[in-house]
Design a protein around this ligand. Sequence first.
Ligand SMILES: Cc1cc2nc3c(=O)[nH]c(=O)nc-3n(C[C@H](O)[C@H](O)[C@H](O)COP(=O)(O)O)c2cc1C
Length: 400
Amino acid sequence: MTLAGKRILLIISGGIAAYKSLDLIRRLRERGAQVRPLMTSAAQEFVTPLAVGALAADHVYTDLFSREDEQDVGHIRLARDCDLICIAPATADLMARMANGLANDLASTVLLATNRPVLAAPAMNPAMWAHKATRRNVETLRRDGTTFIGPMAGEMAESNEAGEGRMAEPLQIVAAIETLLDDTPKPLAGKRAIVTSGPTHEPIDPVRYIANRSSGKQGHAIAASLARLGAEVTLVSGPVTIPDPAGVTVIRVESAADMLEAVTSALPADIAVFVAAVADWRVAAASGEKIKKQPGEGPAPLELTENPDILKTIGHHENRPKLVVGFAAETSDVISSAQAKLARKGADFIVANDVSPATGIMGGDRNRVRIVSSDGVEDWPDLSKAEVADRLAARIAEAF
Ligand SMILES: Cc1cc2nc3c(=O)[nH]c(=O)nc-3n(C[C@H](O)[C@H](O)[C@H](O)COP(=O)(O)O)c2cc1C
């Protein structure tokens, strides 16, 4: 609940991307935010106030001269009774009105009257975005203090149109809002961290690979928590299907060998947290061609060879980060295995967890870990992976 209790005034103006704002409302609310919607009259041509109000569970403000809403000068209340104003989508027209200080409808009047941070997510045809008038208006708004997210490059809703002008995706807008409203202390400001996450894929041939059940949820959450504490985070991720965490640089890799190379290239760092479930073995000689099933010959033999040990390599590296944390996923002898790993791998602490199928930890949303260090063993309760990440990031921050 990263936005618990935060009040967002969401201004929807009249562009095709207004349909994405419906999803944005859901994403904000599931993070604990209260969303108060305001729609321009053009926006109501694209999505209905009924859908917006139902998703926001609030009254939808549309009219500057509303007899009910203006009984107590509602536009000034709207402008002030929020933590942040988000305009998504922000049309060229609304930005032009803002840049020129116009107040000829409810949206522009509220934007002129507000003293809150404003985040705009522009969306328009690439030619409109590239036009000198829009460039001028955006520059003016930036100077006046508006923050922008996007637009992104890609296909437009209009056929045969592509370029810069797509509205940022709802989760990218949420991440920008989280960053703007983030008032947590930054004990890791100026520190560099490397986090590995997810499984590795070890090729057998061009179409087959050996993998494991790691989802990347725990590693990605740790990267996000370290970034929230101010660290500059490089996340080296194996193949996963979850979104990139906010505010981190993501390097995507496939195999253990690629992961080690990416981690080594990201050095020097102050902190390294090795969460990825790196395959211990790979196929000794992966085939360049798809291995064919030969009638009567049975399965092809697979000779395995040991993969590089990323934790051990970095734990003993000449450029070793000040703090090195390893993860130990075991299905038996969890503590003794972690204790053995600690010195052998050169880690400061090992986060040990039991990934037996009955625990549901691998791929699940919760985790029960023990922190094994030279000081002993700390037993943490059953927590969400996000909570484990926050506690671990706070524990890491204590070391600096
Ligand atoms: C089908 C259609 C799609 C439009 N899409 C956009 C758009 O994506 N971005 C934009 O800036 N304007 C777009 N416009 C133009 C705006 O709707 C128009 O400038 C309107 O005056 C904006 O009003 P508002 O800023 O008060 O919402 C579109 C118009 C139509 C008819």
